[in-house]
Write a new protein. Structure first.
Length: 284
């Protein structure tokens, strides 16, 4: 199901909530989903860290329930800390950045409005130490660019099979579907390749290299059979060249598949989340 609206249908699932808020930037209501662990209800004074999940192209609704179940099981088994998971609405191809024409201020809605919305209405650890940003495919691109642009807001950045990571917007998917590439280039970036480049994780990492070297956990994870692997390898090399420490992990026999990648990472995946949110949750 593609989503092209700021308001999506509600997804049902265990401990999944559906919410709307008024966006000044978008001049309309905006929806999001939120997973809360059982500990959130059991201890009404406890504050929780937040994982902001950015979905891939086509819209993220189908992934919300299985991802919530995946994280929920890991939390119940004590493999990762109890945390809130916010499933932001990035539309079918919002690219997690403000469109050049200003009609789709995706970045502004997420950073300037959604984060404060969550901190205001839920018991969060409302500091960078209590937040991480993660996404898959288009969402990996979004997590990289938003995390690299606003490192003061997040303790960690998790880029899962991110794309498009090249500076030419000519990756395998774009080459295979030039009409779709052109549509996104026009609708999001105004047909302006310089604007596209300015939004890229590459350029943002270069601009904020000194901040990205401080107290920030960064990982890039991707399947060895994923078509975005070459571009992610180049991005990793670029970060390394800039002295930006990060993990780069590939998973054998995994293609462009969110859950297969997360499951394939195994203990390394749960260790990553524990390492990010290792401090004790603070009381009110």
């Amino acid at each position: 199901m593609k989503q092209s609206s700021w308001v999506t249908p509600s997804v049902r699932g265990t401990r999944i909530q559906y919410h709307l808020f008024e966006s000044k930037a978008a001049k309309t209501r905006v929806s999001y989903h939120l997973y809360s662990p059982a500990a959130y209800d059991k201890d009404p004074t406890r504050r929780f860290p937040v994982l902001y999940w950015l979905h891939g192209s086509g819209g993220g609704l189908p992934g919300i329930a299985p991802l919530s179940a995946f994280f929920g099981e890991a939390i119940e088994q004590g493999k990762i800390p109890p945390m809130l998971i916010v499933f932001a609405n990035g539309m079918a191809s919002g690219m997690w950045c403000d469109s050049k024409d200003g009609k789709t201020p995706m970045e502004t809605v997420v950073i300037k409005e959604l984060l404060p919305e969550i901190d205001q209405h839920f018991r969060t650890i409302a500091t960078r130490e209590g937040r991480m940003i993660e996404g898959f495919s288009m969402g990996g691109y979004g997590a990289a660019r938003l995390g690299f642009k606003y490192p003061e807001l997040f303790a960690a950045i998790s880029v899962l099979a991110g794309g498009p990571m090249d500076l030419e917007f000519k990756g395998p998917r774009a080459t295979g579907n030039p009409a779709e590439r052109e549509r996104i280039l026009q609708s999001v970036y105004g047909g302006d390749m310089e604007y596209f480049k300015a939004q890229s994780p590459w350029r943002l990492a270069e601009a904020n290299a000194s901040k990205l070297k401080e107290r920030l956990k960064i990982r890039i994870a991707i399947g060895e059979e994923d078509f975005t692997l070459p571009a992610n390898r180049v991005l990793s090399a670029q970060l390394k060249k800039g002295g930006i420490s990060h993990q780069f992990t590939t998973v054998p026999k995994v293609g462009h598949d969110t859950l297969a990648l997360l499951k394939g990472l195994g203990d390394a995946n749960t260790e990553f989340y524990r390492g990010v949110f290792q401090q004790p949750e603070r009381k009110q």
